[in-house]
Unconditional design. Structure first.
Length: 261
C-alpha cells in the first residue's frame, strides 16, 4: 500500500494526476477521440494517469512506466436517466492483472443513488485493501454543478475518507475550500471540471487550492483540450511541484507556447 501511494504522491508530498477516463460516460470526448495520441506528449509531466481498463489495454503502450489509477466505476452515460446510478465495473483480479497503482470510483452523496454508491465504495475498499491497492474516491455531482460549495464538498470528502478511501478527488470552491481539506483526514486532490475560459483562471484556482491544503490536482479537460496542452501541463506542474504563483505559471505557459522553454 505504502509503495503504491509513494508512486502516486511524490517525495514533496504533492501530485499531478492526468485523467483521461471521460469516455466511460461521455463517449469520444473532444480531443480525446484517440487517447493514446493525446497523452503521449503529456506523460513526461504527469505523476500518474487515470483511465479505464479498455483505454489502458488498447491505447497505452505496455512499456509505459507511469503509474496508473484505474477507473473502476461506471454503467451510465450522458444520455441516460441518471449519472449517479453507477456500479463497479472491474474486478480486483483485473485490477491486479493490469498492475494498477490505485483505483478510482465516484460517489454521489445527496443523490437518489447515494446509498448504492457509498456501499460500492466500501466493497471496493474491502477488496483492494487485501491486495494493497489504494482507492481514490471521486466526489461526483452528476449534472448538478451548483453543489460545488464548501459545506457539501466537505461532507462528501469526509464520508469517503471515513469509509476507507486513501485519497479523495473533489472540486475546488473559491469560498472556504480550506474547510473541505481540513475536515478530510486523507489527501485531497482538486478536480478540474468543465474547461474554463482562460489559462490564468486555471492557474489561479490550482494555486489557491494548493495554498489551502490540497496536495495536487486531477485535471483533464483543462489540460488536453487546451490549444497548447504541453504548455498547460508544464505550467500546472510548476505550481504544484515548484511553488509557482499564477502569474509565474502564466509566463512559463507563454514561453513554452512560443518554443522558448
Amino acid at each position: 500500500m505504502k509503495n503504491r501511494l509513494a508512486q502516486l504522491i511524490q517525495k514533496d508530498g504533492k501530485a499531478l494526476f492526468l485523467p483521461i477516463d471521460h469516455g466511460y460516460f461521455q463517449g469520444p470526448t473532444h480531443k480525446l477521440e484517440k487517447p493514446g495520441e493525446t497523452i503521449k506528449p503529456l506523460l513526461p509531466y504527469a505523476d500518474a494517469i487515470m483511465l479505464t481498463r479498455g483505454v489502458l489495454r488498447n491505447c497505452v503502450d505496455p512499456a509505459n512506466t507511469k503509474p496508473v489509477i484505474l477507473r473502476v466505476s461506471g454503467g451510465t452515460s450522458v444520455v441516460g436517466e441518471d449519472l449517479a446510478n453507477e456500479g463497479l465495473t472491474t474486478s480486483i483480479t483485473e485490477i491486479v492483472r493490469l498492475n494498477a497503482s490505485a483505483v478510482s470510483m465516484s460517489v454521489f452523496v445527496g443523490s437518489k443513488y447515494e446509498h448504492q454508491s457509498l456501499i460500492n465504495l466500501t466493497k471496493l475498499v474491502d477488496e483492494c485493501e487485501d491486495y494493497g491497492v489504494p482507492v481514490m474516491a471521486v466526489t461526483a455531482v452528476g449534472k448538478e454543478l451548483e453543489k460545488r460549495e464548501a459545506r457539501y464538498l466537505a461532507l462528501c470528502c469526509r464520508i469517503a475518507a471515513e469509509l476507507g478511501a486513501r485519497v479523495v478527488k473533489t472540486y475546488y470552491c473559491p469560498e472556504k475550500f480550506h474547510k473541505v481539506v481540513e475536515g478530510c483526514p486523507v489527501p485531497v486532490v482538486i478536480a478540474g471540471g468543465p474547461k474554463v475560459d482562460s489559462e490564468l483562471e486555471v492557474f489561479e484556482f490550482v494555486y489557491d487550492g494548493m495554498q489551502k491544503g490540497a496536495i495536487g490536482v486531477n485535471l483533464g479537460r483543462n489540460v488536453w483540450q487546451s490549444e497548447y496542452p504541453v504548455a498547460m501541463i508544464r505550467a500546472i506542474r510548476a505550481i504544484i511541484h515548484e511553488n509557482y504563483a499564477p502569474k509565474e505559471a502564466q509566463d512559463l505557459f507563454e514561453q513554452v507556447k512560443a518554443g522558448k522553454a
